[in-house]
Design a protein around this ligand. Structure first.
Ligand code: ARG
Length: 407
């Protein structure tokens, strides 16, 4: 029996070419796996194409529910925004896909798994580290990284080998999509000064073209995860899709920034993450209501480390679980309702309430005769500013060379 390689297959050019390349180079059988994380597309025809190209077997695995519950929700709890902007949508899907590859490899008795990542991005790191953690005995094959073809060379290889891939003329973009967002790279976007043309967007309408009336949304959270949208509870996948559609229709979720990839390259990244934008904005706001300032300050550091670990492929590192334990503990209190206003590309939180809220109107009001004893503030401020006052006195003394003020 020939060796078996389990390949993550998207139906695109890279992974289509990879099927044949592995068969030829490694003289192995190839089993393809398409993991449905909400990328859309015709999964049935992807399966047919894989077999046409030469895969001996194809798996289509619906992992959407697992993706939302096990990957998207933890990211929401961590308010994950890499470098302050990117909701790590692609990054979240990779360890899940990698774990499915390993599952299939075990079932099929394969000795290797393969992915179509290039050697220039973050995705290779996410696949390799996850696979190595879960199955250190499996060989990892990365045809595109090993071979390093240009796009033209790939198209030529496909033509020479009768590989039926649809390369749309002018589709110069590299796209990745799942339930939590969509990323667009390459082509004209490689000029960081060039505004992304309208054609790159699919999930969001241009803010200019979005409705002229604001749309209000009410999100209910329970222990840090979304529970209902405008009062209706749905399956997690459906709710995320609905939120994405509503926010996208209002032009919310377009992101354009310069990003530091793990391997050192700075890249211009364009995303549309409508649901993620609304979820993180509202979740962050609700946390401010229910956590103490001390918890919030520390959680920001934890969130940042969690996000960095998830972005850089360390999903299986114990660190993520350790930080997750802290995050989950804080989330016990993050239940309540947030009202957001979507309007022409903006998502603004305009109201929040929670049974766990630490906000106390009696204390906060500027009206007189309330629970807060204003007189105690004076003493507190004296202590709060004590060292600041002394530092300034000393500074004046050093400048003038004279002892003129009593401390
Ligand atoms: N820069 C983003 C990330 O590292 C997007 C990657 C997109 N991947 C892709 N295969 N098109 O998560």
């Amino acid at each position: 029996m020939k060796d078996r390689v389990v390949l993550a297959y998207s139906g695109g050019l890279d992974t289509s070419v990879a099927i044949r390349w592995i068969i030829e180079k490694y003289d192995s059988d190839v089993i393809t796996v398409t993991v449905d994380v909400g990328q859309g597309g015709d999964l049935k025809s992807i399966c047919e194409t894989a077999e046409k190209i030469g895969a001996i077997k194809h798996y289509t695995i619906d992992a959407r529910d697992e993706f939302v519950k096990g990957y998207v929700y933890p990211a929401v709890k961590a308010n994950a925004l890499y470098q302050g902007k990117y909701p790590i949508s692609t990054a979240l899907s990779r360890p899940l896909i990698a774990s499915k590859l390993v599952e299939v490899a075990r079932k099929e008795g394969a000795n290797a798994v393969a992915h179509g990542c290039t050697g220039k991005g973050n995705d290779q790191v996410r696949f390799d580290v996850t696979i190595a953690s879960l199955a250190p005995d499996l060989k990892i094959i990365a045809p595109i990284r090993e071979w390093g073809p240009s796009r033209e060379e790939e198209i030529e290889y496909a033509r020479d080998h009768d590989i039926p891939v649809l390369v749309k003329p002018g589709s110069a973009y590299s796209i990745d999509r799942n339930l939590y967002g969509r990323s667009i790279e390459c082509g004209v976007l490689e000029d960081p000064m060039a505004e992304p043309p309208e054609e790159v967007f699919e999930l969001t309408v241009s803010p200019e073209e979005s409705p002229n009336r604001p749309q209000y949304l009410t999100l209910e959270f329970e222990k840090g995860i979304p529970k209902s949208l405008d009062g209706s509870e749905e399956a997690p996948v459906d709710m995320l899709n609905r939120l994405s559609e509503i926010a996208g229709r209002n032009g919310v979720g377009r992101i354009d920034h310069i990003e530091d990839r793990l391997i050192g390259i700075k890249s211009r990244e364009v995303y549309e993450c409508p649901a993620a934008t609304v979820l993180v904005e509202s979740h962050k706001d609700l946390e401010k209501c229910v956590l103490t300032r001390h918890e919030l300050d520390f959680k920001q550091l934890v969130d940042m480390e969690w996000t960095l670990a998830a972005y850089t492929g360390l999903w299986t590192d114990p660190l993520l679980e350790d930080l997750g334990a802290f995050i989950d503990k804080t989330q016990e209190k993050v239940s309540g309702t947030v009202k957001v206003k979507l309007f022409k590309g903006n998502c603004r939180v305009v109201g929040r309430s929670s049974p766990m809220s630490l906000y106390n109107r009696e204390l906060a009001t500027y009206e007189v005769g309330t629970a807060f004893d204003q007189k105690i503030a004076g003493g507190f401020i004296e202590l709060w500013g004590l060292q600041t006052k002394i530092a300034n006195i000393v500074k004046r003394k050093m400048e003038s060379g004279r002892d003129q003020e009593p401390v």
